[in-house]
Write a protein that binds this ligand. Structure first.
Ligand code: CO
Length: 149
């Protein structure tokens, strides 16, 4: 906000350089007990991109205890997860082309990792977001608050 109000002549140049891209990276784990190790992820206002890396710390295969990390508005995440059921494992239990899905990783099994990176322009400050696993039956236990402030 400040950079817009001071954007004049040389100041504009300086301000645009001060606003460098910043990828804020977060790590989260899913385990064989159908749990994430984080209940909340908070993204700061200085981030321009968000990168989330999900690691499956268990041993079970993705066919029986698969996990992904998906992000949607809290008001929509259950509907997205339910729509993802029909999409199947081949589509990572994510409804194809669904605009309600802000970001998601693929489904991983024990010992595997997956990342997703997206710009904060897909978020609204102060919005109510939930991250969750869309593997069938998981979102009730595997979910958390995603805060962008
Ligand atoms: Co899961």
């Amino acid at each position: 906000m400040i950079r817009k109000t001071v954007c004049a002549l040389a100041l504009c140049f300086a301000a645009s350089h001060a606003y460098a891209a910043k990828t804020c990276a977060y790590k989260i784990e899913g385990n064989d007990a159908m749990q994430y190790n984080l209940a909340q992820i908070t993204v700061g206002s200085d981030c321009t991109d968000v990168e989330v890396t999900l690691t499956h710390s268990g041993k079970l295969p993705k066919q029986t205890m698969g996990h992904n990390w998906a992000l949607a508005k809290t008001a929509e995440f259950q509907a997205v997860a339910n729509a993802g059921l029909a999409a199947g494992l081949d589509k990572d239990y994510i409804p194809e082309g669904d605009k309600r899905v802000i970001a998601h990783t693929k489904v991983v099994g024990g010992g595997e990792s997956a990342s997703v990176k997206f710009p904060v322009s897909k978020l609204t400050k102060g919005g109510d977001y939930t991250f969750f696993c869309s593997f069938p039956g998981h979102y009730g236990a595997m979910k958390g608050k995603f805060i962008y402030q």
